[in-house]
Design a protein around this ligand. Structure first.
Ligand code: FCB
Length: 435
């Protein structure tokens, strides 16, 4: 059980659970086009156990049961993503009727159960046909993404409670084009820099397209880490400055100030896309809310062997989840306060927070500590309006495949049986106020 109470967060606070299309849907039928994750997963060495999202949690067919689970827990909101290749199989052009029908059913299913739909347009499943044209490295992606946003806005906009353009632009750009960990698996600074800019330019373009369709309550979901220097040496301070700029300030500064950190525009001057400065007005289009995904902290140390950014990371001493990520609730408080103090007074939602772990008692403690951290941030003036657990279900954890379990509901991948864990019951207890 949790030590926090539902009422501690205020009457309009939204509790919810989060998922993403590729991680749960399966259902690669009915005209859905291929995405970059299909081929990335099919390439040996990219994903643990060569797992792919072909079946995932079969949510494409089992969605009524999953929505029932969300409602029965007492959650008010459901954060989900729409699959671009299900709606527009080639990325541009013809729209897939079966895809429209699926999200019609899903969104209506939420509304029937009294759940507020929090939609994300892009949670990493880029149509392969667009990757063939350079994907996020190609500036034209702003137009492609804007057109896709218009299709979603027109068809579903009036039924969505809140809409985010991009999930975690750092992952879309840096993790996927510099570190090579996620699709499309590039390890190239020029590719990454282009993606870092185009992902935010496309975000702003999609905001415009959604507004033209009359869609209300628009935002973006940023993954932020609590960056810290490994020691207080001057060199590690510089490493921390780079690390924080790459992970946090590029996105916060771009979206809320129309400015990238100078330390990066200087370091990356030779590979920045030409004329990027002229795009910053679009990058920083006014929003209605911001989502923050939080998992852990990053500890930076000087590493002279690395060109461009002389930084390395060290593992800290804190307790860890089963992927080795440090558990650091204080970091969530610090980030929420920092965003509201330094970047925006907009409503903030914690759009993801959770723990990969088989021992669910540890997950209950994790959630409890992070909910306390949200409360503390509210107490320090951050306007936090909601919290979404990652994730409703055990699911396809990208490069970790099915080996990593983040769910508050256990999934048996052989039978697709869902079994609520103790952490699900803890949310249920708090939300029904029966603890
Ligand atoms: C976030 C992703 C989400 C999930 C969690 C663990 O970076 O948005 O899809 O993989 O991490």
């Amino acid at each position: 059980m949790f030590t926090v109470d539902r009422k501690d967060f205020g009457p309009n606070f939204v509790f919810g659970a989060a998922t993403a299309a590729y991680q749960i849907e399966g259902g690669q039928t009915d005209g859905r086009g291929p995405s970059i994750w299909d081929t990335f997963a099919a390439t040996p060495g990219n994903v643990k156990n060569a797992d792919d999202g072909h079946m995932a949690c079969d949510h494409y067919n089992r969605w009524p049961e999953d929505l029932d689970l969300i409602r029965d827990a007492g959650f008010e909101g459901y954060r989900f993503s729409l699959a671009w290749p299900r709606l527009i199989p080639e990325g541009t052009g013809a729209v897939n009727q079966a895809g429209l029908d699926f999200y019609d059913r899903l969104i209506d299913g939420m509304l029937e159960r009294g759940l507020k739909p929090f939609a994300t347009l892009y949670h990493w499943d880029l149509p392969s046909a667009l990757q063939d044209k350079g994907g996020w490295m190609n500036r034209d992606i702003a137009g492609w993404f804007g057109d896709y946003a218009a299709v979603v806005g027109k068809r579903f906009g009036d039924r969505l409670h809140a809409t985010a353009t991009i999930n975690e632009p750092w992952c879309v750009a840096f993790l996927s084009h510099f570190l090579g960990v996620h699709a499309p698996g590039y390890r190239d600074m020029r590719a990454a820099t282009r993606a870092m800019h185009h992902v935010l330019y496309a975000h702003g373009t999609a905001i415009d397209a959604l507004r033209v369709q009359g869609v209300k309550n628009l935002g973006i979901v940023l993954n932020l880490e609590k960056s810290e220097p490994a020691t207080d040496s001057a060199e590690d301070q510089v490493a921390f400055d780079y690390g924080d700029a790459l992970f946090n300030r590029w996105y916060l500064g771009g979206v809320f100030k129309g400015q990238y950190p100078e330390i990066l525009t200087t370091a990356l001057a030779k590979v920045m896309p030409e004329g990027w400065e002229k795009d910053m007005e679009v990058v920083s289009r006014p929003l209605d809310w911001v989502g923050i995904n939080y998992y852990t902290r990053g500890l930076y140390k000087h590493d002279a062997t690395r060109p461009l950014f002389p930084i390395g990371q060290v593992k800290g001493p804190l307790e860890k989840n089963d992927l080795g990520w440090e558990i650091y609730p204080q970091g969530l408080t610090d980030l929420l306060v920092r965003v509201s103090r330094d970047y925006t007074k907009l409503p903030i939602y914690v759009t993801e927070n959770g723990m990969s772990e088989d021992d669910d008692t540890r997950r209950v403690a994790f959630y409890d500590a992070h909910l306390q951290a949200v409360k503390a941030a509210q107490g320090q003036g951050a306007d936090v309006r909601g919290y979404f657990a990652w994730s409703l279900l055990d699911n396809y954890e990208w490069a970790e495949g099915y080996s990593s379990r983040f769910g508050i509901v256990h999934v048996d991948y052989q039978t697709q049986k869902r079994t609520p864990k103790g952490s699900y019951r803890a949310f249920q207890g708090m939300l029904h106020n029966t603890r």
